[in-house]
Design a protein around this ligand. Sequence first.
Ligand code: SF4
Length: 248
Amino acid sequence: MDTLAELARRVSLCTACPLHSGRVNAVPGEGPDDAEVLFIGEGPGYHEDRQGRPFVGPAGNFLEDLLQSIGMTREQVYIANMVKCRPPNNRDPAPDEIAACSKYLDRQIELLNPLLIVTLGRFSTARFLPGQSISRVRGRLRSVNGRHIFPIMHPAAGLRRQEMRAAIEEDFAKLPGLLDVLRMQAAPPSAAGRIQDAQSAYPTEPAPSLQPAFQDTPAPAAGETPATPADTNPPPPDEPPPGQQRLF
Ligand code: SF4
């Protein structure tokens, strides 16, 4: 799987877990090979299964609205899921299905090498932050084994509950400033001056210094149990999980 196109072809032929038997189409993911941002959802639903594309149903429409609200389009980002085939009746993907499919997501991350990974919902968040409630960690940047992770609730949750919609919109609004900071961190020294100007373009949300704020979080062990179901209570104020620090 040396390219994303080759990976997609492998996914379309995959029979490594029971989900292959009920699919109309596998949904490998889509986006430019050089996308800065990788969004990771849960798994394909009815519309995604029919079209073979991620996030094309109502939740996908909301995701596109959210991207538009921050001046981005879905064509600029890469969108993938934890499992590439639709679970029956849109049930949660099982741990063994997630484990069987993880090699594809792992390789997508390697090939894309994105500046930022946005996890949408509890399943993709649990891949990087196992055992932590999405409502506690959402909207806060984490560094996990050198990858920048920014958890946000799944757009489908925002379609069901107004308070979740507001939380999702609030977290999306942080992305432009966050990306500017990460670009600055990744840029060669000669570009520092230009990017410093970009930072000052966000006077209402000053870009934090990343250097002292990052703490690596260990990757989940193989076979580790995914996070507990989404906790809908608001997170306690300013109380980061052990071993991590809040950036925003
Ligand atoms: S969900 Fe993943 S592992 Fe299972 S059949 Fe589809 S591509 Fe293969």
